[in-house]
Design a binder for this molecule. Structure first.
Ligand code: NAD
Ligand code: ZN
Ligand code: ZN
Length: 348
């Protein structure tokens, strides 16, 4: 079968022939319906070098996947061939306290994980191929009735990641509050929807691109802004001078972090989701009092089930552009050039 593989750091992925995977006991092979093209893949292609991560190429890209059960390894029960499933992407050891809670993202026994701190498309073979090996049946999460795997794929990362970030900030988002989403791409356009569906906060979206701001408006943003020198002041004006209770930075550069800190309210939350590599200087007078700053990584399995439920009820919908596997390199080119709105989904 054909697969889009990253063969080395600092290189573009290539389409090559690979052997079809077979499931060992306890494993599942999924026939991929959709594999989302995440901006993190661009970071993988361009920003990392040997030794920086605990895993390395070669591997098949695609860490945002859904499809149909193709083959079950010995001993797997509760799933049947042909069944539509989402693939929960972060793969931990399965037995530490975090993994037992469904929080494989923060596995505390990485040495026993299939790959330390990664998963399919992140060190191991991912979904940009016809078939994908899922190393444990618990990662194959049945889709709600009637949900198409192509639409479901982006939910497993582009929605799950901001859902986790919003969910942990729920107590700070009562009626009367404001949340800011910086970067309205794959993750950000779903962050706007998640805020609208699960909180009563007003939502401000910030992006450099007019098409992204138009998408944010379509998805329910109350105010859209370009990130300029005025942006922080505009956010303060909009919030009666107080600032936003929660800022989700889906870019993560020096300038977006500075904007986040300048527009957050005292006692607020600044969550760094984007891997833009920026830093935020911290000192006593540099930040609003009691601003909590955190990075978040992906989301938990129970949260994925909640995300799927939101989508099944029509409260969450990824805006997608579809590409066949042969055009996956073109999808990444357009993602890098800022020519996509929403998420590109590859359909092997
Ligand atoms: P994307 O390319 O689809 O979207 C990024 C958006 O940010 C684009 O709309 C772009 O126009 C906008 N943007 C760029 N620079 C900006 C600036 N200075 N100010 C405002 N907007 C700006 O990317 P994506 O797939 O949504 O991923 C977003 C980031 O999140 C990436 O860095 C990715 O690696 C990271 N990510 C993190 C996690 C995690 O678990 N923390 C998970 C997935 C992705
Ligand atoms: Zn991702
Ligand atoms: Zn674990």
């Amino acid at each position: 079968m054909k697969a889009l593989r990253l063969l080395d750091w600092k290189s573009d992925p290539v389409l090559v022939d690979v052997a079809e995977p077979r499931p060992e006991p306890g494993q599942v092979v999924v026939r991929i319906g959709g594999a989302g093209a995440c901006h993190s893949d661009l970071h993988l292609m361009h920003d990392f070098e040997s030794g920086q991560l605990p895993w390395a190429p070669p591997f098949t890209l695609g860490h945002e996947n859904a499809g149909w059960v193709h083959a079950l390894g010995e001993g797997v029960t509760g799933l049947r061939p042909g069944q539509p499933v989402a693939v929960y992407g972060p793969w931990g050891c399965g037995t530490c306290q975090r993994c037992l809670q469904g929080v494989d993202t923060y596995c505390e026994n990485l040495a026993a994980a299939p790959v330390p701190g990664g998963g399919g498309g992140l060190g191991l073979d991912g979904g940009m191929a016809e078939l994908m090996l899922v190393p444990h049946a618990r990662h194959a999460v049945p889709l709600p009735e009637g949900m198409d795997p192509v639409n479901a794929a982006p939910l497993t990362d582009a929605a799950l990641t901001p859902y986790h970030a919003v969910r942990r900030a729920w107590p700070k988002l009562p009626p009367g509050s404001t949340a800011v989403v910086i970067g309205v791409g794959g993750l950000g356009h779903l962050a706007v929807q998640i805020l609208k569906a699960t909180t009563a906060a007003r939502v401000i979206a910030v992006d450099t691109r007019a098409e992204a701001l138009a998408l944010a408006t379509q998805e329910g943003a109350d105010l859209v802004l370009a990130p300029g020198e005025e942006a922080a002041a505009q956010i303060r004006d909009y919030t009666g001078g107080r600032g936003a209770e929660v800022v989700l930075d889906c870019v993560g550069t020096d300038s977006t972090l500075a904007l986040g800190a300048a527009s957050a309210r005292i006692l607020g939350d600044l969550t760094i989701i984007g891997l833009g590599g920026g830093t935020l200087p911290v000192s006593f007078f540099a930040l609003p009092y009691e601003l909590s700053v955190q990075t978040t990584y992906w989301g938990s399995r129970p949260e994925l089930i909640e995300v799927l439920d939101l989508a099944a009820r029509g409260l969450l919908r990824a805006v997608t552009t579809i590409f066949p596997l042969a055009e996956a390199p073109e999808a990444y080119r357009r993602l890098a050039a800022g020519e996509l709105t929403g998420r590109a989904v590859i359909t092997p």
